[in-house]
Ligand binder design. Structure first.
Ligand code: SF4
Length: 345
């Protein structure tokens, strides 16, 4: 059972995001559904081009409206975001939902002080005075662990270290106490120590404010640290879902197994060889027929009738746990145990 069955705050139903390019239509997201409750973290995992970032830009309404066709439903606290006007979405962004991007330097303006940038976001959404906004910026910098915040508030981004800029961006994302926070690979560019500090900070802030968090990453180690539930995406579709423990300990999909086999084991011996998944992610202009993972999957011959390349497996969920694969659960238990054993021999 997923840990999000409490009160759903964000509900995504059969989301399809297709956009036109000169070469044709890219099916970036192709029928995605999930729920997220307040105070919980959903980790979305997948390689680049799997549709995870597009999903989240669509939730925030930051997609290119002229070139994108969207179908499905996104409900935030009961409000349908896909039928909201640009003005309504702008009010919700910052106030109710907010995003932390991967690259703080690219997201912060080099021309304005950190304090001005955090304060302006606050003023825009609350109508606070400049003095109130400055006080709020100092308070937020303190909260994200910037030393001497009343002095550093007047620094420009280039005067901050990479870790401090990332904290400043988190402060900006949280300045209006958003109820939904989307973090897109927020620690990828940072060293391991700062990464751990930022993760602890997000967990503390979540405890304090009950924020719902979507954490996008390609790194299952990060997921192990921060997520409650996990959604694995491949080729624009969800291929596996469950709690963090279920997905990481007993993966059901060959792609998830491949991701786990390509990272160092958290518990096993350190000299186990890593097995990267062969091949590369599918083109979403011309996705493979049947199961989109079939050109890279090592289990296709175990499925009778060549189904893997002809028939799309459905996502079979019971209480929020399941995967999309033609192998039976018994087959997976047997084959995946063999893979796990070979990693430890
Ligand atoms: Fe592999 Fe077939 Fe399962 Fe897809 S459906 S993951 S190709 S075994």
């Amino acid at each position: 059972m997923t840990s999000t069955d409490q009160q759903t705050f964000l509900s995504v139903r059969d989301l399809k995001v297709h956009f036109s390019t000169e070469d044709g239509v890219v099916k970036a997201v192709d029928g995605l559904s999930f729920d997220l409750a307040k105070g919980k973290t959903l980790g979305i995992v997948g390689e680049s081009g799997s549709g995870k970032s597009v999903t989240n830009l669509t939730i925030l309404g930051l997609h290119d409206r002229d070139r994108t066709a969207i179908d499905g439903e996104i409900l935030l606290d009961g409000k349908d975001l896909l039928t909201s006007t640009e003005r309504e979405l702008e009010r919700l962004r910052g106030n109710k939902m907010s995003m932390i991007f991967q690259d703080a330097l690219a997201s912060l303006s080099p021309y304005h002080t950190i304090g001005t940038q955090i304060g302006e976001t606050y003023r825009k959404h609350t109508g606070a005075s400049k003095k109130e906004a400055r006080a709020r910026a100092i308070e937020m910098l303190r909260r994200v662990g910037i030393p001497q915040p009343d002095m550093r508030v007047d620094d420009y981004p280039h005067q901050f270290s990479g870790g401090m800029r990332q904290r400043a961006m988190i402060a900006m994302a949280l300045v209006c106490d958003p109820e939904l926070l989307i973090a897109d690979e927020p620690t990828t560019a940072l060293d391991v120590t700062v990464q751990a500090q930022i993760m602890d900070l997000l967990k503390d802030l979540q405890q304090e404010f009950g924020t719902a968090i979507i954490f996008i990453t390609h790194d299952l180690g990060v997921i192990a640290d921060i997520a409650d539930d996990v959604l694995v995406m491949y080729g624009g579709r969800c291929v596996e879902r469950g709690t963090k423990e279920e997905v990481l300990r007993t993966p059901q999909h060959p792609y998830t197994l491949g991701l786990l086999s390509s990272m160092p084991s958290l518990e096993g011996p350190v000299d186990v060889p890593l097995n990267p998944i062969p091949g590369s992610p599918p083109s979403l202009l011309n996705p493979p027929s049947g199961c989109r993972f079939h050109p890279r999957c090592t289990f296709t011959e175990k499925v009778a009738g060549g189904l893997c390349s002809t028939e799309q497996p459905l996502l079979d969920l019971i209480d929020g746990r399941g995967s999309a694969c033609h192998l039976s659960l018994e087959q997976r238990a047997e084959f995946f145990a063999d893979v796990a054993a070979s990693r430890h021999n």
